[in-house]
Each structure stands twice: as structure tokens, then as C-alpha cells.
Design a protein around this ligand. Structure first.
Ligand SMILES: Cc1cc2nc3c(=O)[nH]c(=O)nc-3n(C[C@H](O)[C@H](O)[C@H](O)COP(=O)(O)OP(=O)(O)OC[C@H]3O[C@@H](n4cnc5c(N)ncnc54)[C@H](O)[C@@H]3O)c2cc1C
Length: 472
């Protein structure tokens, strides 16, 4: 869901572009809205420019999970977690390629940011475990409501937003960024600029340049997420981090209209196997959904199917999007049959192929033999594989989708954008998906929304601390 410009009463929408502002924020996702509010709370005149006619970017299309550790919500659910464990997990998932200073920064500020968001009215639902988390720490929230709350609070402090206002170039006087030129040629001056324009999952050219392995992947994200901010900062010499680690996510319904799908489902984590067009398995299905995504992209014809039975279907949970296979059945997105042979025919797999694959899989489990792909668990380190033998049987056509790009501008712990030599580009800040360095070589569920909130707030606050030339 998106917030239509002006459709939500109380949003501080501006129609006239001012000549000069204190803090200028580009992009109305979580990072931008958090930066706007933090700058306004610091007493600065802050303006947010949004490229599209809608507020929200990828943030409002997401599953809304934030990774926080040590929260009251976890304590209420009896979940043992700690900031130290979060730090350890982040470095492990990132395979030590992440910037430890950014990991530490996140760990230091995440609880405070979580309380700040709650203080502005954000509410979190039931916490569950997801990829890369050794303790359940995915905190779900309604992200549309979250942005609405942040923007209204910012508006009450005098901040403003303008939609349909795409920034095209950063203005620079030789020593520092001085403002922004819009696509229509208008200019606005600022004491500091915060880039929060999101990733580039919707830009096939940039994806081809940085992640050619994603050529056949589906793409999803905010309509405006085409890497504009990245290009504007690169034009000033900004450095980049983590570009080799762009990954797709497995489980997306394979369609040319991925917006209809949301996050995809992962029946594999509840007992399904994944098979390719030849009716064969191709991966240890308990792996991280990014790794399964890579394996699926390497299969002939790219589309694969998650195949499962009534036992797995009984564990469907509409509250958790990745386990929403019940909803998929109601939406007519699953193939269903009373026998594996009939399911094989319904999918159009070679005769006998799926029957053979399922029979071998079941026999290995029943006889305690090692799985040829090394699968010993249902998901991560949890659960044991179960035979697929209880009718009816189901298949979910599944592809790999690029939901986020996880790499981007080099920033320091003040969220200042650094050039290729590690020097700050004067008065230019960045936060959210546009930044690199935090995730490293892998992604823990909830850390993209998490870093947008935590680092967006810091970027706004630090940008607001720049010396002002503005009287207001
Ligand atoms: C289906 C889906 C599910 C996801 N689920 C999760 C999840 O559960 N947990 C998680 O951590 N992450 C998740 N992600 C990733 C996460 O949503 C994003 O990484 C995060 O929301 C990015 O926030 P942001 O503020 O940096 O950017 P965005 O929310 O994408 O906002 C960027 C904004 O900048 C605007 N913009 C772009 N160019 C310009 C310009 N030139 N001028 C002005 N404005 C511009 C865009 O239009 C957009 O509105 C998911 C993503 C998708 C697509």
C-alpha cells in the first residue's frame, strides 16, 4: 500500500519549492522520513523531495520486518536475545565483509531507534525468527502507518514534503554540496543534503552493471528506485561498497507482474522440496533464501516449483507472509492434485521425474540416509525434513526476485558520504538502502528496514548539526 500525495490528512505537503532550507532530504521511504523527523527535532527547517507521486518507496511494499535485539516485545514473548548476539550474527551473516564500525553503530543505536519509533506511535506485532537470526528478532510493523506517523510528527515541527519532485543533480561549490537541481531545472539550496533515494532494484541497466547474475531474476521495489541518488553521488566521486553481494530472494510467484506477489512464500522451510523443470531437486532447501535464489537462477528455464503435501499445508500461517500458502491456495496460485503423478502432469514435468524425486527424498528420510544435497534440517538449524506423502499435493511456481540491492555508497559512522579516497564529500549524508558496508556479503532478515530507521535518524540528526546559513 502507498500513501498518495495529499490523500492522508495531516501530511505536511508543500507545493512551492523554497529557495533555501536547512536540511534537504531526498526520498520518502523509511530512511528519508526518519531523517526528516530527526532534522526537524533538532530544530532545523527540513524539506523532503520525493520523486514519485506516492510516499513510501520499497518501505511500504516490504514485509515490514525490522531486526532489533533486546526489546520489550522480545522479553514479553520470553525470547532471549542480546546486542552481543546481534553483533555476532551480523558479522557472521556478512561473512566478515561488512564494515565493523557500521555494525557497531547499528548495535549501539538500534534499541534507541526502536524506542524512538514506538514513542512516535509505531507498534510491533508478534516476533518470529527468520534468515540469519540465531534468536527470533524480526519485529513486524505496518510500514505505511509508520511513515504516516513520522511525517505527521515532522510536519508538526515545521518540516515539509514535496511529491513529484525528482532530484537530478547535486550542486557543489568545489568544497561542499550546496543543494539540489530538480529534473525540471529548479534549484533548492541547503545547509546539508541527505540522500535516501533507496536502492536500484528497478533499474535493469544498473543491475546489469553490478549484478549480471540477476539478468533473469524478477524485480520488485518502489517505482522510483532506479539508483538516482547513487548516480548523483558517484558524479561527485563517492565510493561504493558491497556491490558483488547483490542477491535475489527465492519463493516469488513467477509472474511478469511481481507486484501482485508481495514477498513470496517459503514452503521449503515447513517441509517442501524445490524442483526444477526436469523434476529434480537442485539445492539444500534449508539454506538461506538468498542462496536458494542463486541456485534457482542457475536452473534451466529459471522457474522452479516448491512441492509439498497436506502436512506442510497444515502449517500455513496467513499472519506471516512467507508462510501464507493457505492464502495462495485461495488466490488460485497453487497447483493441486491427489497424487504426485497428477501433480507432475499438472506442472508439465517429464513423465516419472517428480515421482522419482519424491520417492527418493522420502526413502532417504525414512531410512535415515544422508540427503544428496546435505539437507539435514527444515530451515537453518531448525526442524527435521519430513516425507512428502499426505495428499493432496501442491506446487507453487517459484522464481528469484531482486527486492533490494543491499550495496551502495560508502559512509562513515556519521553517515557522511565518503569519496573513493575515504574523505567526506562536504555536507552530503546518506542512509537506507542507498548505502553499502553494513550488510557485507550476506543479509539478515529485517536489517534493511532496520538500517533505514536507525541510520536514517542518525543521518538527519548529523546533517542538522552542520553550521547553518539559514535564518528561520
Ligand atoms: C517485497 C519486499 C519485501 C521486503 N521485506 C523486507 C523486510 O521485511 N525487512 C527488511 O529489512 N527489508 C525488506 N525489504 C527491503 C526494504 O523494504 C528496503 O530496503 C527499505 O525499505 C529501503 O528503505 P529506504 O528508505 O532506503 O528506501 P525506499 O523505501 O525505497 O524509499 C526511497 C524513495 O526515494 C525515492 N527516490 C528515488 N529517486 C529519487 C530522486 N531522484 N529524487 C527524490 N526521490 C527519489 C523513491 O521514489 C522512494 O520513494 C523488502 C523489500 C521488498 C520490495
Amino acid at each position: 500500500m502507498s500513501l498518495r500525495d495529499g490523500a492522508v490528512p495531516g501530511l505536511p505537503v508543500e507545493t512551492e519549492l523554497p529557495e533555501r532550507v536547512g536540511v534537504l532530504v531526498l526520498g520518502a521511504g523509511l530512511a528519508g522520513c526518519a531523517a526528516l523527523l530527526a532534522a526537524a527535532e533538532a530544530g532545523r527547517y527540513a524539506l523532503l523531495l520525493e520523486k514519485t507521486g506516492e510516499i513510501g518507496g520499497s518501505t511500504v511494499k516490504s514485509a515490514g520486518l525490522s531486526a532489533f535485539a533486546g526489546t520489550d516485545e522480545q522479553a514479553e514473548q520470553g525470547i532471549a536475545d542480546s546486542v552481543d548476539l546481534l553483533r555476532k550474527d551480523l558479522l557472521e551473516v556478512g561473512k566478515g565483509r561488512n564494515d565493523p564500525a557500521l555494525v557497531d553503530l547499528y548495535c549501539e543505536h538500534q534499541l534507541d531507534a526502536h524506542r524512538w519509533l514506538k514513542g512516535h506511535g509505531v507498534r510491533y506485532g508478534e516476533i518470529h525468527a527468520a534468515s540469519g537470526q540465531s534468536a527470533p528478532r524480526s519485529h513486524p510493523a505496518d510500514t505505511t502507518r509508520m511513515l504516516e506517523l513520522l511525517l505527521k510528527a515532522a510536519g508538526e515541527l515545521g518540516a515539509r514534503i514535496m511529491c513529484d519532485a525528482p532530484a537530478a543533480r547535486l550542486l557543489h561549490d568545489g568544497s561542499r554540496v550546496t543543494g539540489v537541481r530538480l529534473a525540471d531545472g529548479r534549484e533548492v539550496r541547503a545547509d546539508a543534503v541527505v540522500l535516501a533515494t533507496g536502492g536500484f532494484s528497478m533499474n535493469p541497466e544498473l543491475l546489469a552493471a553490478f549484478a549480471p547474475q540477476m539478468e533473469h531474476a524478477l524485480r520488485q521495489g518502489g517505482d522510483g528506485n532506479e539508483g538516482d541518488g547513487l548516480k548523483m553521488a558517484m558524479a561527485l566521486g563517492a565510493g561504493l561498497r558491497d556491490t558483488p553481494y547483490i542477491k535475489g530472494t527465492y519463493g516469488h510467484y513467477y509472474t511478469e507482474h511481481p507486484d501482485e506477489d508481495g514477498t513470496g512464500v517459503l514452503a521449503v522451510y515447513k517441509g517442501a522440496i524445490a524442483v526444477n523443470r526436469e523434476g529434480r531437486r537442485f539445492v539444500d532447501e534449508s539454506k538461506n533464501y538468498k542462496e536458494i535464489g542463486d541456485a534457482a537462477l542457475a536452473q534451466p528455464g529459471v522457474t522452479t516449483w516448491q512441492v509439498f503435501d497436506a502436512r506442510t499445508m497444515a502449517q500455513a500461517n496467513d499472519e506471516v507472509p512467507i508462510y501464507g500458502f493457505g492464502g495462495r491456495e485461495r488466490a488460485g496460485m497453487l497447483l493441486k492434485a491427489d497424487t504426485i503423478a497428477a501433480l507432475e502432469a499438472a506442472i508439465g514435468l517429464p513423465e516419472g521425474s517428480l515421482r522419482r524425486t519424491v520417492a527418493e527424498y522420502n526413502a532417504a528420510i525414512e531410512q535415515g540416509r544422508p540427503d544428496p544435497f546435505g539437507r539435514a534440517r527444515l530451515s537453518g538449524g531448525v526442524g527435521r525434513p519430513v516425507p512428502i506423502d499426505r495428499p493432496p499435493f501442491y506446487a507453487h511456481p517459484s522464481g528469484t526476485v531482486v527486492l533490494a540491492t543491499y550495496c551502495g555508497l560508502t559512509v562513515d559512522t556519521r553517515m557522511r558520504v565518503l569519496d573513493w579516497w575515504g574523505d567526506p564529500i562536504g555536507r552530503l549524508y546518506a542512509a537506507g538502502e542507498i548505502t553499502g558496508g553494513f550488510h557485507g556479503a550476506g543479509y539478515m532478515t529485517g536489517t534493511s528496514i532496520g538500517k533505514s530507521g536507525v541510520f536514517g535518524r542518525l543521518a538527519g540528526r548529523n546533517a542538522a548539526a552542520e553550521e547553518s546559513e539559514l535564518q528561520w
